[in-house]
Design a protein around this ligand. Structure first.
Ligand code: ZN
Length: 109
C-alpha cells in the first residue's frame, strides 16, 4: 500500500484546534435550524400568542401570520422580544430588503 511521505512541520507545530469557549460563542450566534424541534415549538407558541402579521396590522390590514421572523436578523436571539409574526409576503419582502435576496448586496444596508 502506498504511503504519503511525512510532511515537514516546524518544531512545536500542533494541528489547529478551536478554543472551546470560541466554539460555544460561535454556536450561540447561529439561529436554530428551522426544521429543529426546538424552533418548531417556539414558532408554534409565538404564532398562538401573536396570530396576525405585525407589518400588516401596522398598516391596518388583518392578515393571518404563517411565519415567525427574527426582528434583528443578525441576532440569533430566540427570546420573545426578537420575534415577530409575519405573513409570507411581508416576511419575504423583509428578507429581500435585509439580505438583498439571491446573494445580492442589500440596497438599504
Ligand atoms: Zn403581512
Amino acid at each position: 500500500m502506498p504511503s504519503r511521505p511525512k510532511q515537514h512541520r516546524a518544531a512545536g507545530w500542533k494541528p489547529y484546534k478551536e478554543d472551546p469557549r470560541q466554539v460555544k460563542r460561535r454556536q450561540d450566534r447561529r439561529a436554530l435550524a428551522t426544521n429543529s424541534t426546538a424552533w418548531r415549538k417556539m414558532r408554534a407558541v409565538h404564532l398562538a400568542y401573536e396570530p396576525l402579521c405585525r407589518t400588516c396590522s401596522a398598516s391596518g390590514r388583518i392578515t393571518a401570520a404563517t411565519e415567525v421572523d427574527h426582528i434583528d436578523g443578525n441576532d440569533a436571539n430566540h427570546a420573545d422580544h426578537n420575534l415577530q409574526s409575519m405573513c409570507r409576503s411581508c416576511h419575504s419582502a423583509k428578507t429581500a430588503r435585509e439580505n438583498g435576496g439571491f446573494g445580492r448586496e442589500a440596497w438599504n444596508a
